[in-house]
Design a protein around this ligand. Structure first.
Ligand SMILES: Cc1ncc(COP(=O)(O)O)c(C=O)c1O
Length: 401
């Protein structure tokens, strides 16, 4: 009798074995040493956590909601929070969403997981930006789809590439139109129209992931590409970057109720409903305080930090290195000259006390890249300048080798 295979590996599903590991977690570990200036994380600045107000809200929830705050609840989320989400988007964009169009989720990350589960069979096409949010690649990869990457441009998306990918067949298009993670790029108004045109008449779910939309520190906010204007348009959002990520509070909003119903069923199977105490606490915070006032503080801080980073890059980065200048959000993107690999630069930068995320994990197709992501929201202006100076030195030295 052949020896039995008693390994765990033999038991794991095809879905999980084809899902890339969380590369960022290992990078973050390397960068967690306090002597390292880390531009690698993706954490909001703690200024965005209104701790005292949330404490008051939690106390009020216990006093006013009583047992309801501790009981099982509806999968869709509590009605008043769904109403708040619909009203906020209507106020910003002149849409006519209602509470029935909203699903409250355990972080907006759960929307990605649910979309993968309800839309994708093995081999189905998913169109993503090149590069894209690495945990979206992970969430979809569990279903073993075919990824079609479409090149991001400084204005939006390569439309011919998008048309080609749509012609090849796809069930979902996943886009991050505002201050994209990882690049910091934003689609212009014209680019949004072009993408909308390319998508209209196609039977495809159009997902716009917008956790950073309210963190615009330059220019005016722009309408969604699809949203309610496309039959299968879905927008996903989050309270992680505006109030707190720890509560894990996100949402999907769409007029496609068949899709929403399917997601509701998948959510029921996943976790029954989102933490109800957290939903009441966030709702209480939002109804007793002016979110816009709070957001002004975050935007002012992030604008200053982004400027400190781009000013330092202009001063210290050698010619031939390019970078984006975000109008909001938390990240910017650096492109090194052809032939340089950011993965090789990483250990050298770490030796000099600076960390970043190499571009590699942000692409759906594996490969070695000359790009890297920098987070600007977690250090003061002086630390940013000093970190960028050191990173500039490491890049310049690599030029010489
Ligand atoms: C583009 C994008 N989508 C979704 C998420 C998930 O956010 P959360 O689950 O905290 O709402 C993030 C988090 O960084 C992100 O950058």
């Amino acid at each position: 009798m052949p020896a039995a295979d008693l390994s765990t590996a033999a038991l794991l599903s095809d879905g999980i074995t084809s899902t890339p590991p969380s590369f960022v977690r290992s990078i973050l570990k390397a960068a967690s040493d306090p002597s390292i200036t880390s531009f690698a994380g993706g954490l909001p600045n703690p200024i965005s956590f209104p701790q005292e107000q949330l404490l008051e809200s939690m106390q009020r929830v216990v006093a006013e909601r009583g047992a309801d705050a501790f009981q099982y609840s509806a999968t869709a989320g509590i009605e008043e929070l769904r109403q708040w989400v619909a009203a906020r988007i209507n106020q910003r964009f002149g849409t006519n969403y209602t509470a029935d169009d909203v699903l409250i989720t355990t972080g907006s990350q759960q929307v990605l997981d649910l979309l993968g589960k309800v839309l994708l069979n093995e081999g189905d096409g998913v169109i993503v930006e090149k590069p894209t949010y690495l945990a979206a690649i992970q969430a979809f990869a569990l279903q073993r789809p075919r990824f079609h990457e479409v090149e991001l441009t400084s204005e939006g998306l390569d439309i011919e590439g998008l048309e080609r990918a749509l012609d090849a067949g796809a069930k979902m298009v996943y886009l991050i139109p505002n201050f994209q993670n990882p690049t910091g790029l934003t689609y212009t108004a014209d680019a949004r129209c072009q993408v909308r045109e390319a998508l209209s008449g196609r039977n495809v779910v159009v997902v716009e992931d917008d956790p950073y939309g309210e963190l615009r520190f330059e220019g005016d906010s722009l309408p969604y590409i699809g949203g309610a204007a496309l039959p299968h348009g879905l927008v996903m959002g989050s309270f992680s970057k505006t109030v707190t990520p720890g509560f894990r509070m996100g949402y999907a909003i769409t007029k496609d109720h068949e899709l929403l119903h399917a997601m509701n069923t998948a959510k029921e199977a996943a976790d029954l409903h989102t933490n109800v105490f957290g939903q009441f606490a966030i709702l209480d915070y939002l109804t007793h305080h002016d979110l816009d006032e709070h957001l002004i503080k975050i935007r002012n801080l992030y604008r200053e930090q982004a400027k400190a980073m781009t000013d330092a890059m202009e001063e210290f980065f050698p010619d031939g290195v390019t970078f984006t200048k975000p109008e909001g959000g938390m990240f910017l993107w650096v492109t090194l000259p052809e032939g340089m690999f950011s993965m090789e630069l990483f250990p050298k930068a770490l030796e000099r006390g600076v960390a970043f995320v190499p571009g590699d994990p942000f692409y759906a197709q594996p490969g070695t890249r000359n790009t890297l992501r920098l987070n600007f929201t977690n250090a003061d202006a002086e630390t940013i300048r000093d970190g960028i100076r050191r990173l500039g030195q490491v890049i310049a030295e690599s030029f010489l080798q």
